[in-house]
Design a protein around this ligand. Structure first.
Ligand SMILES: [Zn+2]
Ligand SMILES: [Zn+2]
Length: 183
C-alpha cells in the first residue's frame, strides 16, 4: 500500500490510539485510516470528548494540495475543509470512505478533541456550519471595512436594542422617516 503523497513509499502499521490501528508513511508521516476500523474504535469509546480550543496553530504550509489517490482502492480522494477560513483539509475517499491525514493533522484533531468526530466532518451539518461561519466572517469583514469599527459597533448595539423591542415598528419608522413629526 503506497503513500498517496510520496507515491513510492510504502505505508507501515502504527497504532494511533488504543484500539485504533492505522498506516503511516515513513517519509511524509501522513496517516491512512480505514473507515470501518475507525467506526469500530469509536463505538468502543463509550464517551464523547467535548471539543476544545486547542493550542496548535494551523500552519498553511502543511497543506498538501495535489490530488491524492486512495491508498486502499485507488479512487481520487476528495478534500474536505474542516475549519472555517483555514487551509486545513482532510482527504477522504468517496468510494471506500478511507481517510488520509497529512502530517500534523491528527495532532491538531487530538489537540482540539476532535479525533472522535472524524466521521462527522464529511456530512451536511458540519459542512453547512463551516460555510455559514465563513459567510459570517466574510460579511463581518465587509461591515468593518465599509462602516469602520466605531459605526459598526454602534449599529450592532442599535440592532440588539431593537431586536425584541415591543415598539420596534414605530422605532424603525421614526428612524426612517424624513420628518417623523409630519404625517
Ligand atoms: Zn508519504
Ligand atoms: Zn478508497
Amino acid at each position: 500500500m503506497r503513500c498517496p503523497v510520496c507515491r513510492n513509499s510504502i505505508l507501515g502499521p502504527i497504532t494511533l490510539l488504543d484500539g485504533l490501528p492505522a498506516r503511516q508513511c515513513p517519509n511524509c508521516q501522513g496517516v491512512s485510516i480505514s473507515s470501518n476500523v475507525y467506526l469500530t474504535w469509536k463505538k468502543t469509546l463509550g464517551r464523547e470528548f467535548p471539543p476544545k480550543e486547542g493550542a496548535i496553530e494551523i500552519d498553511p504550509s502543511w497543506e498538501v494540495k495535489e490530488l491524492k489517490l486512495c491508498p486502499d482502492c485507488g479512487h481520487i480522494m476528495a478534500r474536505y475543509k474542516i475549519f472555517p477560513d483555514t487551509s486545513f483539509y482532510i482527504d477522504r475517499c468517496r468510494n471506500c470512505n478511507g481517510i488520509w491525514l497529512d502530517h500534523n493533522e491528527w495532532d491538531v484533531l487530538i489537540d482540539r478533541n476532535l479525533h472522535d468526530n472524524l466521521n462527522e466532518f464529511f456530512v451536511r451539518p458540519w459542512q453547512d456550519n463551516l460555510r455559514a461561519a465563513e459567510t459570517r466572517n466574510h460579511l463581518e469583514q465587509i461591515y468593518l471595512e465599509k462602516l469602520g469599527a466605531d459605526d459598526y459597533e454602534n449599529v450592532r448595539k442599535v440592532r440588539a436594542w431593537l431586536k425584541d423591542h415591543p415598539m420596534r415598528g414605530m422605532l424603525l419608522a421614526f428612524l426612517e422617516a424624513d420628518d417623523p413629526y409630519r404625517i
